[in-house]
Design a protein around this ligand. Structure first.
Ligand SMILES: C[S@@+](CC[C@H](N)C(=O)[O-])C[C@H]1O[C@@H](n2cnc3c(N)ncnc32)[C@H](O)[C@@H]1O
Length: 302
């Protein structure tokens, strides 16, 4: 079944289920948030979401699907062109932007990212290829909240932009870049990816998956990649969340309640490892997401 047909069927199925039990509205202190529009039982799937943009972890480029981040199972799938595709539907979906990405020599960007441990520039690179191919609009992430950036970070981003710009130009994409690819575009996109990207860890669904996850986590590769979504980006954080985001077999996310929810209650997920102590959580949330967490758990010092 083609990806387009699957998306149409999903939309039709969603329409048959009725409206989502959530709405996005302003909170008192945390910008926009997601609220329940009716009582919701623990364990209910609120909705699913497909990525706007995603990218496999660097060390798993040949082990997970270029398009949906599904792990390679045995010798199946199509590994032609240096990347792995788990199905024809994924290959077709990515055809335009993969066609661009595979014709560019990314070695300078690879060196830059691996020496600094960076992963988000790869997502901007992927998004730029998607824009050039016409798969998405250049402003598709504009609605998301950006990170506050210090001047030192902006200077680093400007250098990265130059690197990516010259890489694309060397590969002959001068005219295609003219319409959108500016320093400001690069910084705007990266600022949004920094706040809204999810690190994707698949739930093991079989004995083989469990084994490869165990091996991957020893090799520090528990995550198959990173992705940015639209609706999941509006969920605020709580260190004792009532909702969580899960990935079963690929980058398609499911938002599920963790306990019974009242109508009107805000639905929050936990952005970080909730098992850390209050000081570590506060530090990461302040440095990574720019806010001081004032959830009940933090206020009680737990
Ligand atoms: C993924 S966005 C969530 C949606 C965001 N509120 C919006 O309006 O788009 C993450 C940002 O929301 C804000 N935020 C999330 N949880 C928060 C909280 N518990 N307290 C204060 N701000 C929060 C922070 O600015 C954070 O960087």
């Amino acid at each position: 079944m083609s990806l387009l047909l699957r998306r149409l069927l999903n939309t039709a199925a969603a329409a048959a289920r009725g409206p989502l039990p959530i709405r996005v509205a302003l909170t008192d202190t945390a910008g926009r948030g997601v609220f329940a529009t009716r009582p919701i039982a623990a364990g209910e799937v609120l909705h699913s979401a497909q990525p706007l943009v995603s990218h496999p972890s660097r060390s798993l480029l040949h082990e997970v699907c270029y398009s949906c981040l599904r792990r390679k199972a045995g010798k199946g799938g199509d590994s032609s062109g240096g990347c792995y595709f788990c199905s024809d539907a994924c290959r077709q979906h990515a055809q335009g932007f993969h066609g661009i990405e595979k014709n560019v020599d990314w070695s300078l960007l690879d060196d830059h990212c691996s020496s600094r441990g960076l992963k988000y520039p790869y997502m901007v690179k992927r998004l730029a290829c998607m824009v050039i191919s016409g798969a998405v609009a250049a402003d598709c992430l504009d609605i998301l909240q950006p990170a506050h950036l210090h001047q030192s970070i902006i200077t680093e981003m400007e250098e990265e932009f130059e690197l990516l710009d010259s890489t694309f130009r060397k590969a002959g994409f001068k005219e295609e870049l003219a319409t959108f690819f500016t320093k400001q575009w690069y910084i705007n996109v990266l600022a949004r990816i920094r706040v809204n990207a999810f690190r994707i860890e698949l739930v093991a669904s079989s004995y083989e998956d469990l084994l490869s996850s165990a091996i991957a986590s020893v090799a520090c590769d528990a995550s198959v990649g990173n992705a940015v979504y639209m609706l999941p980006s509006f969920y605020n954080h709580d260190c004792d969340p009532n909702t969580h985001i899960v990935w079963l077999e690929n980058a398609d996310a499911k938002l599920k309640t963790l306990r019974d929810i009242d109508e009107g209650e805000e639905l929050c997920i936990c952005y970080i490892d909730a098992s850390m102590d209050v000081n570590a959580r506060q530090k990461i949330l302040a440095e990574g997401f720019g806010f001081q967490c004032r959830c009940l758990r933090c206020l009680s010092g737990d």
